[in-house]
Design a protein around this ligand. Sequence first.
Ligand code: PGA
Length: 251
Amino acid sequence: MRQRLAVANWKMNGHLADVAQARAIADGAKDMTGADVLICPPATLIAEVARALEGTAALVGAQDCHAAAGGAHTGDLSAAMLREAGATHVILGHSERRAAYGESDAQVRAKAEGAWAAGLVTVLCVGEDEAVRDAGEAEAFVTAQVEGSVPDGAGPHNTVFAYEPVWAVGTGRSADAETIERMHGAIRRALLRRLGDAAEAIPLLYGGSVKAANAEALFALPQVDGALVGGASLKAEDFCPIIAALAAAPR
Ligand code: PGA
């Protein structure tokens, strides 16, 4: 049985006053035993959020890390630093970073190796933009991203995947069920080819305009093990119903 995971990606949102939201999310989810919760605030808040979540089942993660363990990399953070601050997970290869910083599959893969070395679980993101989809190349594109981004040795102990079509992120236009099922099938096949049986238990999340109103239908899809949520993860009142839908979804 695969882990079910609801991930909050706060992006560059969140100040000290918002740490209370993290605690409210964890408290709201405490009886929802069918889903695990991971909150990824900006790096400045990881330690505060980790403290606020003490005594709850919710986890805290980072949104990026450097591939190296340390050194002359002004402005960057190593996985070990994030781990020390309280992170257990790190999101890597998010489409906003791939677009804004030109992060390549090879860089994402190197970061994942660095994250594993520090004991972090990686949430690896893949997804095509609108032009690639319109050209009919979405599956080939995403499959290549998967193969290029995941290091050897990946399994459910160190890796979660998230399919986030770029055209669905922050647009209010979530992908439809057929699109998600087809792509999740293609990603699972790519992982099985690359990693063998270990790939079967790697959780595969969907991300892109997930909200309470579409969560139930999303989590009814057999190949969807959870969600990576941006806008609707900032407030407990928006995120808790999504966690509840995941916890209640049929297996
Ligand atoms: P969104 O963002 O839920 O606001 O579309 C998802 C993400 O970028 O992880």
